[in-house]
Design a protein around this ligand. Sequence first.
Ligand code: DLL
Length: 433
Amino acid sequence: MTHYWNPRIETMEISELEDLQFRLLKTLVYRLYSFSRFYHDRMDENGVHPDDIGSLEDIRKLPFMLKKDLRDNYPDGLFIAPQDEIVRYHVSSGTTGKPTVVGYTEQDLNRWTESLARALSSCGMGRGDVMQVSYGYGLFTGGLGLHYGAERIGATVLPASVGNTERQVEMMIDLKVTAIACTPSYLLHIGEVAEKMGISIKNDTRLRIGVLGAEPWTEQMRERIESWLGIRAYDIFGTSELSGPLFTECKEQKGIHIWGDLAYAEVLDESGNEVPPGKEGELVVTMLQKEALPIIRYRTGDITKVERSKCSCGRSHARIHRITGRVDDMLIIRGINVFPSQVEYALMEIPEVGEHFQIVVDRKGALDEMLVRVEVKKDSFSDKITDLMKIRSSVEHRLKNSLNVSCSVELVEPGSLPRFEGKSKKVIDARKI
Ligand code: DLL
């Protein structure tokens, strides 16, 4: 039986939800035009006034917001709440430039937690579950976000954070953990460490749910994780600018529900037009009720599709397909576009190949070269050169077929590529070094 956290909101008719979204949008736009210098100026520059928003579709008249806008206004130039109403800051790592700071009022934290309470309930969690939160606690939003969401639904939280992986495995057994939240890469690592300790997560623990995200992963990887660890693995999405982790798949595993009373999702093509149904584009999100740091039409850079029909779980809120890459993730190899997720997709179809790989791109003279380092599974790793050559050529073939560009493949021993506790780094682009 489907369990809803907030049945009235989660199952409201699509038309009623759209009406609510329109009213929230209109209020938001008036509020920002009056109280935010940034939005006021942006709207004036784009020749749009709050009175021009006469329907939900009119959201397209509003200007975009970029990560650059947050950086240019570092640290708190875009906040519209006074400092004494801000109860928390999170700060993004800033690996690709200046960090961004997100501030939260008490209501912002409350809504963030409500979003995750609905999400975790939709994955089948509730009172009686023990959730190990193995996302980083601190400036990153993953740890604290999931922590409060899981507490809100009455689950028991184990704030494990990242690292000390053997201890994570021991605690998982001793405290009868039933659900874990972490990156898919970290769960793979935890599974391997458990095996080295002589423990099978599938047979020796009570783990039944993984809430995995913060980085791209494929459907093939989900299948492997589910069958290896004996769990149901759900995708969770969010970005620090939008609050942090916010949205997950429900038990149907047919897309990530974007709670429509909190956020409006658009998927746009390169010229900023809505893509036709079923087509991929860039995810652009408006947060309809955020107070301290309002976000209108934030370009996430993430590539996905949107589905607006009612889900078979009974929820009416739009769903996004799993993220297949980022607009800035795309590698151009001899003129061909390649996404790391395409490489993962192809590799995971080959049974001899393990879950870990690394892509190294370099330039020899004028030509781009791509090398894919692939770990072979323990039971397929043989001393016989001919066996390994066979695997290598089948990997090369598969990659060539699905990427339309040839690359070299290096098979490496199981356990030899780097492991990650947080977001993994699968691509080394030596052309940029
Ligand atoms: O990663 C928030 C988060 C924490 C999400 C825990 C899920 C779980 P940032 O560090 O700001 O925030 O990174 C946001 O990570 O724009 C995507 O590119 C990527 N990302 C997040 N979730 C997914 C996912 C957190 N499920 C950026 N699949 C986003 C693919 C994801 N990419």
